[in-house]
Design a protein around this ligand. Structure first.
Ligand code: SAM
Ligand code: DTB
Ligand code: SF4
Length: 348
C-alpha cells in the first residue's frame, strides 16, 4: 500500500458508517472524492453491456423483479439464447465501446444441462477480447469452478439489501444462500460483482447494513452495483415510495469510502436520472455504468445520450486492463490505438 492510500477495512461498525452518512453533504462528497482519486482516474468510467440470455419465468419471488414467474408483468419469456446469437450481441457491444459483456439468466441456479452452452458463451465472448461477466443465480462449488475454468472473469450476485430487510423482499432463497454463492465464487478465483438495490422501502439503517455486509466480506467485491429500483408494473414494488436522490448519492459516496479499490457501478435506474444527478454520482465515486439501450428487460438511456454526457463531463471510457495472451494480443493493441484516439467512443 502506498503511504497516501486509504486502508481497506473489513471491520466497519454500524456507528462508523452512520457517522459517514450523517456528514454534511459537501464534506461527504469531498471525502469520497479524496478516496476515489487515490485509486482511480476520476475522469474514467468503466463501461459494460448487459444481455439477458434467458428471460422471465424465474422461480424466485424477488419483489422488485419483472422476470419473476410469481408476478404478471406482461414480459415475454425467452428460452436460453443460442450461443451464436449471444456472440453477435457481444460483437456489437464491443464495437460500441464496451469492455465487459455481462450475461444474465432468470434462473434459481444454472442446470447441469445448460452449463455446456453457458461455457461456450464465456469462451466465445472472451475470444472477442471482452471481459466476461455472468449472473445466473446461485452457484455451488462445482459450477463456480466450471465457470472459472472456462475463463469467466466476473460473477454478479447481489446481496440486494440488509440481512434484516431481506425477508420482506425475497422468500425463495436466503441471505445465507447468497453469501454461500459469493464464497464459492471467491474460492474459484473469479472476481465478484455484488451490490444491491435502493428505493425498495428500506430504511437508512438497511442501507448501512447492506454496505457493511459488502465491505466486511473477507475480500471486498471488485465491482459493487448500486441499483435504483426500477418500478415495474405488476411487481409488488411497483408503487414503492421514491428514494430521495440525495440519499442515493450519499449511499454511493459511502460505498466509495468503505470500498476504495472497488468499481462502484451506477446501475439500474439511470433512465430516470437527470444528467446532473448522474454527474453527482460520478462526483461521489461511481465509476462504472451499464451502457446500451436495454438493461436486462427494462430501458436504459439511449447510447447517444450517454456519449453526450461523457463528452460534456470530460469522462473517458476506461480501457480494459488485461494481461496479453495469444488470442487477445491484437485486441489489446487495437484498444490501445483507440485510447490514443480519445474521440472513438464519442463518435461510436
Ligand atoms: N437471476 C439472477 C439473480 O438474481 O442472481 C440474475 C439476474 S437479476 C435480474 C440481477 C440483479 O438485478 C438482481 O439481483 C437485482 O439486484 C437487480 N434487479 C432486478 N430487477 C431490478 C429492478 N426492477 N430494479 C433494480 N434492480 C433490479
Ligand atoms: C445489477 O446489479 N444490475 C443489473 C445487473 N446487475 C445484472 C440488472 C438490472 C436489472 C434491472 C431490471 C431489468 O432490466 O430487468
Ligand atoms: Fe429471478 Fe434474478 Fe429476478 Fe430474482 S432477480 S426473480 S432470481 S431473475
Amino acid at each position: 500500500m502506498q503511504q497516501d492510500q486509504t486502508e481497506i477495512r473489513h471491520d466497519w461498525s454500524e456507528q462508523e458508517v452512520r457517522a459517514l452518512f450523517e456528514l454534511p453533504f459537501n464534506d461527504l462528497l469531498f471525502k469520497a472524492q479524496l478516496v476515489h482519486r487515490q485509486y482511480f482516474n476520476p475522469n474514467e468510467v468503466q463501461v459494460s453491456t448487459l444481455l439477458s440470455i434467458k428471460t422471465g419465468a424465474c422461480p424466485e419471488d424477488c419483489k422488485y423483479c419483472p422476470q419473476s414467474g410469481h408476478y404478471n408483468t406482461g414480459l415475454e419469456k425467452e428460452r436460453l439464447m443460442q450461443v451464436d446469437a449471444v456472440l453477435e450481441k457481444a460483437k456489437q457491444a464491443k464495437e460500441s465501446g464496451s469492455t465487459r459483456f455481462c450475461m444474465g439468466a432468470a434462473w434459481k441456479h444454472p442446470a447441469d444441462k445448460d452449463m455446456p452452452y453457458v461455457i461456450e458463451m464465456v469462451k466465445g465472448v472472451k475470444a472477442l477480447g471482452l471481459e466476461t461477466c455472468m449472473t445466473l443465480g446461485m452457484l455451488d462449488e462445482g459450477k463456480a469452478e466450471q465457470l472459472a475454468d472456462a475463463g469467466l472473469d466476473y460473477y454478479n450476485h447481489n446481496l440486494d439489501t440488509s440481512p434484516e430487510f431481506y425477508g420482506n423482499i425475497i422468500t425463495t432463497r436466503t441471505y445465507q444462500d447468497r453469501l454461500d454463492t459469493l464464497h464459492h465464487v471467491r474460492e474459484s478465483g473469479m472476481k465478484i460483482c455484488s451490490g444491491g438495490i435502493l428505493g425498495m422501502g428500506e430504511t437508512a439503517t438497511d442501507r448501512i447494513g447492506l454496505l457493511r455486509q459488502l465491505a466486511n466480506l473477507p475480500k471486498q467485491p471488485e465491482s459493487v452495483p448500486i441499483n435504483m429500483l426500477v418500478k415495474v408494473k405488476g411487481t409488488p414494488l411497483e408503487n414503492a415510495e421514491t428514494l430521495d436522490n440525495l440519499d442515493f448519492i450519499r449511499t454511493i459516496a459511502v460505498a466509495r469510502i468503505m470500498m476504495p479499490q472497488s468499481h462502484v457501478r451506477l446501475s439500474a435506474g439511470r433512465e430516470n436520472m437527470s444528467d446532473e444527478m448522474q454527474a453527482m454520482t460520478f462526483m461521489a465515486g461511481a465509476n462504472s455504468i451499464f451502457y446500451g439501450e436495454c438493461l436486462l428487460t427494462t430501458p436504459n438511456p439511449e447510447t447517444h445520450r450517454d456519449l453526450q454526457l461523457f463528452k460534456r463531463l470530460g469522462i473517458n471510457p476506461e480501457q480494459r486492463i488485461s494481461e496479453a495472451d495469444d488470442t487477445q494480443e491484437q485486441v489489446i493493441i487495437n484498444n490501445l490505438q483507440k485510447q490514443q484516439d480519445k474521440s472513438f467512443f464519442y463518435e461510436a
